[in-house]
Design a protein around this ligand. Structure first.
Ligand code: ITT
Length: 193
């Protein structure tokens, strides 16, 4: 069995990671105490490394970080690594994005979510990295209540629904997080168990 600390203070990520993991020999736990590292990396992977290494420094064991965000093509990849800080509340973040895209026709509203995942050991050494993506469109209005963050405006043509309208079970098989975590879990199973 291996216990891995999740280097995040976002409970939605913790929930999704637990739901995606089907391996009973891999057990996730949370960082004890305050966890608020300064995410000043230049890209998703650099920020994931900052979080994983900070958690390893505190917890002295294996730590897994997820840095993720929404990249909109018509906005040159914004909000990107600034997705969490794009506006004060999630409602305001969605309104700001819809407003910035109001002149952009549907077919040009392509976007993707990215998730960079890093596993560090008890000394903060990087031992494995994975990146996952999911591609879709930014819808013209928010729809659905499942998931979190920008899910209500992220439309998947293959389901004709936003991610927030999909059952969470489906999100957890097709999301950027699943696309990074599934190979990460496979690597852990083959190399650390
Ligand atoms: P930690 O840094 O503590 O992990 P965070 O929420 O600040 O939590 P990030 O810095 O990685 O995480 O920012 C990711 C933001 O991108 C997140 O706050 C959401 O707004 C958005 N996001 C990430 N994954 C998402 C998902 O699955 N669905 C919708 N929005 C997502």
């Amino acid at each position: 069995m291996i216990k891995i600390i999740l280097a995040t203070s976002n409970p939605h990520k913790t929930e999704e990671i637990d739901a995606i993991n089907k391996n009973p020999k891999i057990v996730f736990d949370i960082v004890q105490g305050d966890f608020n590292p300064v995410e000043d990396g230049k890209n998703f992977m650099e920020n994931a490394i900052i979080k994983a290494q900070e958690a390893s420094r505190i917890m002295k064991t294996y730590c897994l970080a997820d840095d993720s965000g929404l990249c909109v093509d018509a906005l040159e990849g914004r909000p990107g690594i600034h997705s969490a800080r794009y506006a004060d509340t999630q409602k305001q973040k969605i309104s700001k994005l819809l407003n910035e895209l109001k002149e952009v026709p549907f077919e040009k509203r392509t976007a993707h979510f990215t998730c960079a995942m890093v596993l560090t050991d008890g000394n903060g050494k990087i031992i494995h990295e994975e990146e996952g993506k999911v591609f879709g469109f930014i819808d013209c209005e928010a729809k659905g209540t499942n998931g979190f963050g920008y899910d209500p405006i992220f439309y998947l043509p293959e389901y004709n629904q936003t991610i927030a309208e999909l059952p969470e079970k489906i999100k957890n098989t097709i999301s950027h997080r699943a696309n990074a975590l599934i190979p990460m879990l496979k690597w852990i199973n083959e190399n650390l168990l």
